[in-house]
Every structure is written in C-alpha cells, then in structure tokens.
Design a binder for this molecule. Structure first.
Ligand code: CA
Ligand code: CA
Ligand code: CA
Ligand code: CA
Length: 364
C-alpha cells in the first residue's frame, strides 16, 4: 500500500455581486453547496440585470486547492524473476571518449543508439546493454542492464517497455516509468499509454516519415500513482541485480503472452505521444551519433537509447518491422580449428564485431 498526495480541487466559492436599484445595494455570499441560495441569487441578478454593476473579477471567486491523500492498496506484488531470455543492444562506452557510437543507430528502423547529450557527452545511465525477459505464472519481468548504475541520474531518465501485440511494427502499448525510483517494487512511478489510432510508426514502421504529425501513444490507461480498476498492473524497481539496473514487472492477465517487446531509455524528448521519434525529425534534423554518417554529430534528437524488438510467445521469422535480427542457431558441431571467430577476426578499418549477429559486419 502506498499513499500519495493528489490534487483534489475543493471550491469554496464566494460569489459577490453588487446590484444597484436606485440607491439600494446588496452583497450576498454563498458557498458552492448552497445551491438553493445560488439559484435565488441568479434570479435576483437576472431581475436587476438592466441596472446591475459588473462584479469585480478579483472579488468574484476564490478557489482553494486542497491536497487529499490517495491510498493505493495492492493485492498482488511481483516476485523475484529467474532465468529468462536475453537480447542485446549496442553499447557506446568503448567509443564514448571519441564522442561517438560505434554503430547501432539505424534511423529508418527506429533503432537509436544516442546515449549522448547534444554536445556528444556520454551518459552511461542511458546506455542499454542487454535485456532479460522472464516470466512466472502471473508476471512478465523485463530487466534492463545499463552501462551506468544510477537510474536516478539528475538528468531525469524515463525508462519504457514497448509492446507490439499484433507484430506489425507499430507499438501498441508503452509501460512508461519516471523517476524517482527505489529498490522496492512500486507502481507509483509507472504509467501505461496505448496507441488506439495506429500511428506510433507514422506511415510506415520501416522508415522515417518525418516530418509527420501524429499523437503516438496517446491514451493513458494506467497510472500507478492513482490506482484504478487494477492497481497492480505494472511495477518498477531499480538495482535488483547485475543485469537489472531497472526492472519492470507487468501482469500477464493484462498483456497476454504474445508480443514483440523493446526497451527505451529517454532523457531527451520524454514524450510517449511523440513516438516514434524518427517520424518527428528527419535524419538531417536529428543528426547521427556515428562519425562515418554524414549527419554526425547529434542535433535535435539526443539523450535516447532503444533496442530492437524481440519476439515472445511465437516463432518469429525476424521479418517483422523493427524486430531483432536472427541470432545464430546454437550448434553441437565442433568449431573448425581454422575458422576465425570473434572480434579479433574483424578488420578494424572496415568492420566491427556485432554481438547481435555474432559476426563481423561492414562499417556503414
Ligand atoms: Ca545502447
Ligand atoms: Ca502493433
Ligand atoms: Ca515510421
Ligand atoms: Ca496514436
């Protein structure tokens, strides 16, 4: 159970008016609850309308805002996840001294690797490294490993989990957490927004449609600080383990068990109604964190990192828009002694090692 102060507006109205009828003047006070007197006043005012003096606006109405506590009582609390499936994001720690991301910023695919300020200052607490998704009978758990250790960074970082239920590349829900965070499961920092009019991907989930005006995830369906019909839908905590700088839990009974899932860390735009950000800014406006890109450095879109979307509850063909690439299939065949495998096999002048594909990829 937690208690929050939430603004509840209580009106103590003091309605005063001056009505002149010849030399007569009357001032009548009433409260909002005294509706009968208000009615009488309105009748009197109407009768004197021809000769009334307009009320002084400063004296006409007094509004007092009183904060009353809202108590949220929980029924079901997440447990401690174990196991789960991993997927990875590019990390920029190694290249941060050169004020650049190594790669991993594929603008048309809505894949952002921008844990940098607009001046290309690196923010480790924004840099997603890997995601672990686990479940039990009641919950999905999403653990986010960051390079940094302080999700309560003074920049104010929102962390989000995007769910694409029908796997069309247009996100359908975002579980959106805001600081301050604690190491205890809490719903108060969590909201869930839904896209009800299918425009989180703009016109296409596979390209930047900027400049495109849309409302992203526009509908708030859960606010953990207020409770609601189900006060237990989504939770967050921090520092839950080496791979869980930020950890989410959300109810299976709400989300179902089939979706694509991606994660975002955001200290820049911080606006679910503007996702996908690649549809708000052209690549020229947004800039690039990759030095080999002609749009380097970052410009309008910065302080944000996100992941590809991994499939859960079904067998993916990895062709879904915004999906993670196919991971190499584990094989029991012994490694070929002459085969070169690993980052040391890449030509540093033209290639980089990809944790996603487990192979050398050509620098863009
Ligand atoms: Ca990253
Ligand atoms: Ca969708
Ligand atoms: Ca798009
Ligand atoms: Ca929308």
């Amino acid at each position: 159970m937690h208690t929050r102060l939430s603004p509840a507006v209580i009106l103590f109205g003091t309605l005063a008016f001056s009505a002149c009828a010849g030399n007569n003047q009357s001032i009548i006070e009433t409260s909002v609850a005294q509706t009968q007197q208000i009615s009488q006043l309105e009748t009197a005012a109407a009768g004197a309308a021809a000769t009334s003096v307009p009320p002084n606006p400063e004296e006409a109405t007094q509004i007092t805002v009183v904060e009353t506590p809202i108590t949220v009582t929980h029924v079901l609390t997440p447990a401690v996840p174990s196991g789960g499936r991993l997927f990875y994001d590019v990390e920029s720690a190694g290249t941060a001294p050169q004020q650049r991301a190594p790669y991993g910023d594929s603008y048309d695919r809505n894949l952002l690797e921008r844990p940098f300020t607009q001046e290309m200052g690196y923010v480790a607490d924004l840099d997603i490294v890997r995601i672990t998704v686990a479940s039990d009978s009641a919950w999905w758990y999403v653990s986010v490993k960051l390079i940094g250790m302080d999700p309560n960074n003074a920049l104010g970082i929102n962390y989000g989990v995007e769910l694409d239920i029908d796997r069309d590349g247009f996100g359908d829900y975002i579980i959106w957490a805001h600081p301050p965070y604690t190491d205890q499961w809490d719903t108060a920092p969590v909201q869930i927004f839904q896209d009800q009019n299918h425009n989180t991907g703009g016109l296409s989930a596979t390209r930047s449609d900027a400049p495109f005006d849309a409302d992203g995830y526009e509908t708030l369906i859960f606010d953990g600080s207020l409770g609601g019909d189900d006060p237990d839908m989504a939770w967050v905590r921090i520092n839950a383990g080496a791979d869980a700088a930020v950890q989410f839990a959300f109810k299976k009974s709400w989300s179902g068990t089939v979706f694509m899932l991606g994660v975002i860390a955001d200290a820049g735009q911080k606006d679910p109604g503007s996702l996908d950000y690649v549809d708000r800014f052209t690549i020229i406006e947004a800039g690039s964190p990759v030095k080999e890109n002609s749009n380097y450095p970052l410009k309008e879109l910065f302080l944000v990192d996100n992941t590809c979307r991994e499939a859960f509850g079904y067998v993916s063909n990895h062709l879904e828009p915004q999906s993670c690439p196919l991971s190499p299939t584990p094989t029991k065949a012994p490694p070929q002694p002459t085969a070169c495998y690993g980052p040391e096999c890449c030509d540093p002048a033209t290639e980089y090692w990809s944790d996603l594909t487990q192979s050398c990829e050509t620098l863009i």
